[in-house]
Write a protein that binds this ligand. Structure first.
Ligand code: NAD
Length: 299
């Protein structure tokens, strides 16, 4: 049995930590939020009173935190000082590439094996243990992290050196945002041209316009029963999280001199939608801004 410190057991980390516990590991969980910690303790994780207590003596450390500053703070103030030298360090948060690289470089200087391993898949995949992990780090770090990541996902892919996991995540989600907006525009135009939405779906999902946003998260209700559009765009992947990833992608594009005009346009459109009250809705709800039917929720 491997003992694993899990720091950050919120919407995503909670399900992930529970899957590690179900796989027979001793999971020492810590979170600043009481309710998040209670949920995983009830499900079989051990309660740690602090990040330091979770990390001390653990064979592995997994973090699932909101942003780069939380990750830098947790590793620099606690993990590097308290973890066993033999422990493998795995950050699954989605953060900026610069912070991921700098924390990994510090880990290496201090003799730790560390990987960045952000995920694709929302809370349902975190709960079900079907996430996709994109991993940045050395071959040795990847091999060691994989033994743990395999218990939380169905695909664990080595993307390259430190920071490459974050790079893959940001590029993937930029493509996702562009694809979703393109799909919304196509459905809107189809309707304006008199096409029945289901008929257009039947055609395009079997033609070259087919993409994940159409066939898994179809932005109009009906054709894909499990899509958030069928439950008033609740659940799923919130616009605010998509916006976070788009901002990180634009920052990375600027830093690498890559031209991303559609990525920038997507960010502007999602920013506009969030400003109109759509921040908490699934990102496919931008359909309603594009077709002109969006009315902001009454607060
Ligand atoms: P969340 O806010 O639900 O969870 C983050 C948790 O970290 C919170 O419970 C918070 O209390 C805790 N935390 C913050 N600072 C801490 C600290 N110093 N010590 C201990 N705990 C601390 O967020 P989430 O939705 O679980 O997302 C986590 C990460 O996963 C983010 O980087 C997000 O971008 C990424 N992600 C989220 C989704 C999604 O669908 N929610 C999908 C893919 C990736």
């Amino acid at each position: 049995m491997t003992s694993i410190a899990f720091i950050g057991v919120g919407h995503m980390g909670g399900g992930m930590a529970l899957n590690l516990a179900r796989a027979g590991h001793e999971v020492r969980a810590f979170d600043l939020a009481h309710a998040a910690l209670e949920r995983v303790v009830a499900g079989g994780c051990r309660r740690a009173g602090s990040a330091a207590e979770a990390v001390r003596g653990a064979d592995a450390v997994v973090t699932m935190l909101p942003a780069g500053r939380h990750v830098a703070e947790v590793y620099r103030s606690t993990v590097f000082d308290e973890a066993l030298q033999a422990a493998v360090l795995i950050d699954c948060s989605t953060i900026d590439i610069a912070t991921a690289k700098s924390v990994a470089a510090e880990a290496e200087r201090r003799g730790f094996a560390m990987v960045d391993a952000p995920v694709s898949g929302g809370t349902a995949a975190a709960d079900a243990g079907t996430l996709t992990f994109m991993v940045g780090g050395t071959a040795d770090g990847f091999a060691r992290a994989r033994l743990i990541l395999d218990k939380m996902g169905r695909a664990v892919i080595h993307a390259g050196e430190a920071g490459a996991g974050q790079a893959a995540k940001l590029c993937n989600n930029m493509a996702l945002a562009i694809g979703m907006i393109g799909t919304c525009e196509a459905f809107n135009l189809a309707q304006r041209l008199g096409l029945d939405p289901q008929t257009f779906f039947d055609i395009s999902s079997k033609a070259s316009g087919q993409n994940w946003s159409m066939t898994s998260y179809c932005p109009i209700p009906g054709p894909v029963p499990a899509a958030p559009s069928n439950r008033d765009y609740e659940g799923g992947f919130a616009t605010t999280l998509m916006l976070k990833d788009l901002k990180l992608a634009l920052e990375a594009a600027q830093g690498s001199d890559a031209s991303v005009p559609l990525g920038a346009a997507s960010e502007a459109l999602y920013q506009m939608f969030a400003g109109l009250g759509g921040a908490g809705k699934d990102f496919s709800a931008i359909m309603k801004m594009i077709d002109g039917s969006w009315t902001a929720p009454v607060r």
